[in-house]
Design a protein around this ligand. Structure first.
Ligand code: ADP
Ligand code: MG
Length: 288
């Protein structure tokens, strides 16, 4: 039978905009030992703005942005949505869109193929003449047309205002095993982790690498406690499922993430993680 106070814990969470899908998750949260965060949309806002456009020789800035907007028009990725949102004109329809998880997107447009994504994607497609601007703290989106390099767009995201407080809050409740995982490049990930005082960071990960990382931390912690993963779940529902408790951002997160998650943060605020851990611990004290 479920102790009555667990209902109290679920109610208290719910009043704080935190949906806990079962009393077993409160029990696990009360034993949280390590917390792993996704970067984009979780610790950062997931709203990118264009900070630099670097066309290849003979290409105009307008042209690259247009191609990028066309290819990104049917991708749900936060980078894609931001590029589309900021595009001033109408966006032509595309066909045969191929979402390449952790890499980018490819789409057909008037018989041509547009490829938009990171350096890994450019390497995979053997695109020549890519001019690297990898040494920036912005995320770089490369554009190619029929495997010919067209240029790069640097986009930048912002750290959520309460992200630093959220990490400090975990330390305050005795959880200092905090990690950030991202598919983004090293410099971007390191910069965010440094600004937020996150001790562990792993970058350039594909969704399956994130699962491997969560599994590694789980075996490291063993029976000393539980491992919590917090993310927006776009492309990475597997990692939400692999943690002891998967926490999803409810507003910005994907429907699939909200479905697979054990806990949903309705306001997308990372500080809610500490909040729900505190509620869980208090609930447990009442139970015993
Ligand atoms: P994160 O771990 O930060 O949530 P993702 O796994 O969603 O990142 O994506 C990893 C990287 O792949 C992004 O930083 C970006 O470089 C690239 N990428 C993925 N999807 C797209 C897209 N639709 N357009 C451009 N780049 C993309
Ligand atoms: Mg993501």
């Amino acid at each position: 039978s479920i102790p009555l106070s667990y209902f109290g814990g679920i109610g208290a969470s719910s009043r704080a905009g935190i949906l806990v899908k079962g009393s077993n998750y409160l029990e696990a949260l009360s034993q949280a030992k390590a917390v792993i965060f996704d970067k984009t949309g979780t610790l950062t806002r997931g709203e990118f703005f264009v900070t630099q456009i670097i066309p290849a020789n003979g290409v105009s800035k307008k042209e690259i942005v247009k191609l990028a907007a066309i290819a990104e028009s049917s991708s749900p990725h936060p980078i894609a949505r931001s590029i589309v949102k900021n595009y001033p004109g109408n966006i032509a329809r595309v066909s045969n869109v191929e979402e390449l998880v952790g890499l980018g997107v490819r789409a057909e447009y008037q018989g041509d193929t547009i490829s938009v994504g990171n350096m890994k994607l450019m390497n995979k497609l053997n695109i020549d003449g890519v001019s690297t601007i990898e040494d920036t703290t912005g995320t770089v989106v490369y554009v190619a047309l029929n495997n010919e390099y067209f240029g790069a767009i640097e986009v930048s995201d912002m750290i959520k205002t309460d992200a630093k407080v959220a990490i400090q809050g975990l330390k305050n409740v005795g959880i200092d095993n905090v990690t950030m995982l991202t598919g983004d490049k090293k410099i971007v990930g390191k910069n965010v982790a440094e600004k937020l005082n996150i001790p562990n960071v792993k970058t350039e990960l594909l969704p399956q690498d994130k699962v491997t990382e969560v599994e590694r931390i789980k075996s490291e912690i063993g029976d000393k406690g539980k491992v919590i993963f917090v993310g927006d779940g776009l492309n990475d529902t597997p990692v939400l499922a692999s943690a002891d408790v998967g926490v999803a951002m409810g507003a910005l997160g994907s429907d699939a993430a909200v479905e697979v998650a054990d806990v949903v943060l309705m306001k997308d605020n990372p500080t809610a993680v500490t909040r729900v851990i505190k509620i869980a611990r208090k609930t447990k004290m009442i139970v015993w």
